[in-house]
Write a protein that binds this ligand. Structure first.
Ligand code: DGT
Ligand code: CA
Ligand code: CA
Ligand code: ZN
Length: 562
């Protein structure tokens, strides 16, 4: 994909910053910054420039020109990748802090071993910054202020946060007259801003919106944008007779829209948010809903979760879309904590919460006892829990399955003996420590857990926490391959903070014949409702009910583990 001038300039800046972070300075570093400046200023598309034209730009010699060409053509360059590999991923995040530049990052890293915003915060609170030469008490206070500011700035919303924003705005809209579109409707794990299509008269909606908005950014008859807290909401208004095309357009994704428009152009038609025109100007055809629009184009209606230009358009044209999993197909939750470890619910309450959701089963998967996990279960307490589960199951239509979420220790071993694991219905194994291992070490660590006869599911496989922790380095190709070989399921963790695995590896796993297990990782009853996030994520990974362990009844599920 060709990169824009801004993207090339950002990459050049990053290369300069990474060089400084690794301790270099002087001419080479400044050359990157200067080149970034120049590239962001030139009026022409950098991707179209020849070597000669690039070298005519002040400060750009042959070496830089070659790098710029590679960056423009591919978005990256081997030297950039090599630099990134030398530096912990979380270190770059420190540059987001006001008053923190690459030199400061270098010092913090080298002199205090600080590699993330969290670590800097701990060091500053622990008064360990003032001990670094050149930094004083004042600097410590500055860091804490910038960190506080950084944490409250608007970022992408997770699905729970987005839901809260939607609920606020929905209060100003009439049920059945609008739909939330954009990335929210496509089910993305994070949402940049909320987009809504409304077919109510704009003046009515606008006056009600003023009541719920913290700020009205822009107000009009076609579109209105407001802020709820720091978060932006874009509304588009349309007459009901053209609702379908507006909803289609605003749902996106951009890549999907572009591909669909290309397809209609090939048919001699022009698609936009108002409807479809003949190319020779023969009137605008309007669509009240998406279904009639898709069917006019000779294709099946595409579920929003698939609209990412990942092959869904040809499949819809061939009437060959997958029958995606739905919430109705889910018979149970495969990752739940009780009060025995760090959850809030005793087992009887858990069973009742499961019954209330119409589940056939819940997998009780408390933490195993090992270093660093509070209240983890040891073999004695596991045996006690088994007896209690038996008791509860006598009077519950939602069966509690007895599981465990066992730590995968840094060396790939498990802190519980095989005989204990063998007695459990299902075993989830997860990484909860030593997140910074090298990719190969981490991958072999997860692989050795999968090689255990007793491990059925790998929990939250990449360890990411949306907005606060990057996924750890893990070779998902190898993990998926090994999961297929060992018949281990991979978890789709439905917590809005995790959403782990992500859609692309889910699809890859499913295509490799690996089963997926949706677990809410609930620590309380309301969190069981996060199942819907997991289903949406599974749908984004093209999963049908056949791909999900949760679609099995309890007996078949237990047979699968054997
Ligand atoms: P977000 O907000 O970053 O999570 O992602 P989206 O997908 O909600 O993107 P947003 O809010 O910028 O735009 C909403 C929809 O509008 C997007 O999904 C598709 C459509 N759209 C936006 N920009 C373009 C564009 O340049 N071309 C086309 N064809 N459609 C666009
Ligand atoms: Ca959006
Ligand atoms: Ca938007
Ligand atoms: Zn966990």
């Amino acid at each position: 994909m060709e990169a824009s001038n801004a993207a090339v300039a950002d990459a050049l800046t990053l290369m300069g910053q990474l060089l400084e972070i690794t301790g270099q300075d002087g001419f080479k570093v400044r050359a990157y910054y200067r080149a970034a400046e120049e590239i962001s200023r030139i009026p022409r598309d950098v991707a179209g420039l020849t070597m000669e034209e690039l070298m005519a730009i002040p400060g750009i010699g042959k070496g830089l020109a070659e790098k710029i060409q590679a960056l423009a053509a591919t978005g990256t360059h081997p030297e950039l990748e090599a630099l990134k590999a030398q530096v912990p991923g979380t270190l770059i995040e420190l540059l987001e802090l006001e008053g923190v530049g690459p030199k400061t990052v270098h010092t913090l890293w080298m002199k205090a071993g600080i590699t993330s915003v969290d670590e800097l915060e701990r060091a500053a609170r622990g008064r360990r910054i003032r001990a670094i030469r050149g930094f004083g008490e004042k600097k410590e206070q500055e860091f804490l202020r910038s960190i506080a500011q950084y944490r409250t700035r608007a970022t992408r919303l997770n699905r729970a946060e987005a839901e809260a924003v939607v609920a606020r705005v929905a209060a100003a809209l009439s049920p059945g007259t609008y739909e939330v579109a954009g990335s929210y409707r496509r089910g993305r794990s994070t949402v940049g801003d909320v987009d809504i299509v409304s077919r109510e008269p704009p003046h009515q909606v606008n006056s009600r919106l003023r009541g719920v908005a913290d700020e009205v950014i822009e107000e009009g008859d076609r579109r209105t944008s407001i802020r709820v807290g720091p978060h932006r909401v874009d509304l588009r208004f349309t007459p009901a007779r053209a609702y379908g095309s507006m909803l289609l357009y605003l749902t996106g994704s951009k890549e999907f829209n572009i591909r669909l428009r290309e397809m209609t152009i090939a048919k001699g038609l022009r698609l936009n948010e108002y409807g479809i025109e003949d190319r020779d100007g023969g009137g605008l055809r309007e669509f009240a809903d998406e279904e009639t629009l898709f069917s006019f184009l000779g294709m099946d209606w595409i579920p929003p979760e698939l609209r990412e230009d990942r092959g869904e358009i040809p499949r819809a044209l061939a009437h060959d879309l997958p029958g995606l999993a739905t919430l109705d197909a889910i018979r149970g939750d495969l990752h739940v904590h009780s009060i025995a470890s760090d959850g809030t619910l005793p087992l009887p309450d858990l069973a009742r919460a499961g019954e209330a959701r119409g589940y056939r089963y819940l997998l009780v998967s408390d933490h195993s006892a090992s270093l660093g996990v509070a209240h983890g279960l040891d073999p004695d307490r596991i045996a006690g829990q088994a007896r209690e589960i038996e008791q509860v199951n006598r009077s519950s239509s939602c069966r509690l399955l007895h599981g465990i979420e066992v730590d995968i220790l840094a060396d790939g071993t498990l802190p519980l003996p095989p005989v204990v694991l063998a007695d459990l219905d299902l075993v989830i194994a997860s990484v909860h420590s030593a997140f910074h291992q090298e990719k190969d070490v981490m991958t072999r660590r997860v692989l050795s857990a999968m090689a255990s006869d007793h491990v059925d599911i790998i929990g939250h496989p990449t360890g990411r926490l949306l907005g606060s922790r990057e996924p750890f380095a893990l070779d998902l190709d190898r993990v998926i391959e090994a999961a297929a070989d060992t018949r281990t399921a991979l978890e789709i963790n439905a917590s809005p903070l995790r959403m782990d695995l992500d859609d692309a590896p889910i699809r890859q796993a499913k295509e490799a014949g690996v089963k997926l297990a949706i677990g809410t990782d609930a620590h309380s009853a309301p969190e069981l409702d996060h199942m819907k996030n997991g289903v949406v994520l599974a749908r984004r990974g093209w999963c049908t009910p056949e791909d999900l362990l949760n679609a099995l009844d309890a007996e078949t599920l237990l047979e699968w583990t054997r």
